[in-house]
Design a protein around this ligand. Structure first.
Ligand SMILES: *Cc1c(COP(=O)(O)O)cnc(C)c1O
Length: 493
């Protein structure tokens, strides 16, 4: 198993190399040379595995043991998830008949990105686990971490979680701009060869392959939890007849792309429901085959919503799906197919750069619609959904407090029930206390609701703690480079 660029560079990389460099040298994203198939008896053999053991099995399909010995991989996984507050790591909660919430927020920062980042960051920095693996960094004690975030555009808790880390080697840059500006700056830093070589950049941003890989695990884990919750066996007809839809609040298309890989590997998923907030480039794509950056009334590409982690103008992982759509649509013979497909992808990415849009053939959109459905959810509907799930009308439904991102997915799920037999699993991507403003706004008229009752002890006093953050007054790559070099000077002297 090796990794190739979506844009056709003939260079194939190992897993470790792909994870370390993040982005391919031709600007493409890494995808595996093939999507591995599941072992024949996966249903039986995997059904009682813990999250960690399941992760080991799935990672092993993508990472050759000659590259990272199984023992080392196992240690890395165990260490990664030891910081989670739930034994299940990602527990599945039944809300009502045929409707479940998959809680992905039991990691250190109370959001789903922990599932992948705990693995990736530890992987990149733990030379001492003896892993021969993610390790260009091995032995180097001096790893500096730079985190860019858009100034004032993340929730107060998110901001405090990052900026109250006072370690010398952690640097928060608060950039006057949007998420997309921050992503563009990171891309720019990577494309700057002298800068990249001088500092040996490694990216843990959303396009890193290891993040997608780590996220595949919870699709499987939730499936096994579901079978248990239904009190049926893996081999039963009842299990075979399940119609399963995953509902995923989506921004950069990383979380749901992991579901796509899970499905291509053989997990019986009927639909992946992409749910966007009013930054709806993906929803529009799935409706008309046109992927187009549009300016809103205020002349900006990004709208600020109640679900800020999904406020993006373009979805950085979408290029990977585009590659597979072109691949599955191509009639070209196998030897030339990869070249042909990469050429199409390059053309599309050029189109986005020059015309702010790309259009796919109807046949390709049809291929996408075999796996995906989509919805867009407004802020008002997000608030209504939080209310509706806090105080359910249905007596058999439990009361549940949704964070605004999760609510976007849940609202879409309520619209898109494919058949009466459909079982839905909605991914809960953050703890409600992390995005407290939206939750408090939604529930302000419920007298019984006390925000303190859902506040994790880790959040108490967080906002008042000492902070370490550098303000960058303009979303300008050369300014950011200057700030980084200044920071490094201070850190290392
Ligand atoms: C990042 C994030 C999302 C969106 O996930 P993508 O992989 O970018 O689609 C949704 N909700 C929360 C809370 C997030 O942090």
């Amino acid at each position: 198993m090796k990794y190739r660029s979506t844009r056709g560079s003939p260079k194939l990389l190992t897993f470790s190399e792909a994870v370390l460099v993040g982005l391919a040298e031709d600007g493409g994203l890494f995808i595996p040379t093939n999507i591995p198939v599941l072992p024949e008896n996966w249903r039986k053999d995997w059904s009682n595995l813990t999250f960690n053991s399941l992760a080991l099995e799935i990672f092993s399909l993508y990472i050759p043991s000659e590259e990272i010995p199984r023992k080392d991989l196992e240690q890395l996984i165990n260490k990664s998830y030891s910081t989670f507050r739930s034994n299940e790591i990602t527990p599945l909660k039944k809300i009502r008949e045929k409707f479940y919430i998959l809680e992905l927020f039991h990691g250190p920062t109370f959001a789903f990105k922990d599932v992948a980042l705990q693995f990736l960051v530890l992987g990149a920095t733990s030379g001492d686990t003896g892993s021969a693996a993610i390790y260009g960094l091995r032995g180097k004690k001096n790893i500096s971490v730079f985190i860019l975030h858009p100034h004032g555009k993340i929730s107060p808790v998110q901001e405090a979680q990052m900026t109250t880390v006072l370690d010398k080697n952690v640097h928060n840059l608060s950039v006057e701009g949007t998420f997309d500006d921050c992503q563009d700056i990171v891309k720019n830093l990577f494309a700057d060869n002298p800068f990249n070589e001088k500092h040996h950049l490694g990216a843990v941003n959303s396009i890193n392959w290891a993040r997608i890989l780590a996220q595949i695990v919870y699709y499987y884990h939730s499936y096994f939890q579901l079978i248990k919750s239904l009190n049926i066996t893996m081999e039963s007809n009842a299990a075979k007849e399940i119609q399963l839809q995953f509902c995923v609040p989506t921004g950069n298309f990383g979380d749901i792309l992991a579901g796509y890989f899970a499905k291509q590997m053989g997990l019986p998923i009927n639909n992946l429901l992409t749910s966007t907030n009013s930054n709806d480039i993906l929803d529009r794509f799935f409706k008309n085959g046109r992927y187009e950056k549009l300016k809103s009334e205020n002349g900006k590409f990004v709208k600020e919503t109640l679900s800020p982690a999904m406020d993006i103008a373009i979805s950085s992982n979408f290029e990977r799906l585009l590659w597979y759509l072109a691949y599955n649509d191509s009639k070209v013979q196998e030897e030339d197919k990869i070249k042909e497909v990469s050429k199409i992808v390059r053309g599309w990415m050029e189109d986005v750069k020059t015309n702010q849009s790309l259009i796919v053939e109807k046949s390709m959109l049809d291929i996408a619609l075999c796996d995906f459905k989509s919805e867009m959810v407004s802020d008002q509907e997000t608030l209504n959904t939080i209310q509706k799930y806090y105080a359910p009308e249905n007596r058999d439904q439990i009361s549940y407090i949704l964070d605004p991102h999760t609510a976007v997915g849940v609202a879409a799920a309520d619209r898109q029930i494919i058949s009466p037999n459909t079982i839905q699993i909605c991914l809960a991507t953050a703890h409600p206390a992390k995005f407290s403003q939206a939750v408090e706004k939604a529930l302000e008229n419920f007298k019984a609701f006390k925000f303190e009752s859902i506040l994790p002890k880790e959040f108490i006093g967080l906002l008042e703690k000492e902070k370490k953050v550098v303000f960058v007054e303009k979303a300008d790559p050369s300014l950011v480079k200057k700030v980084i070099e200044n920071e490094l000077d201070t850190e290392l002297n």
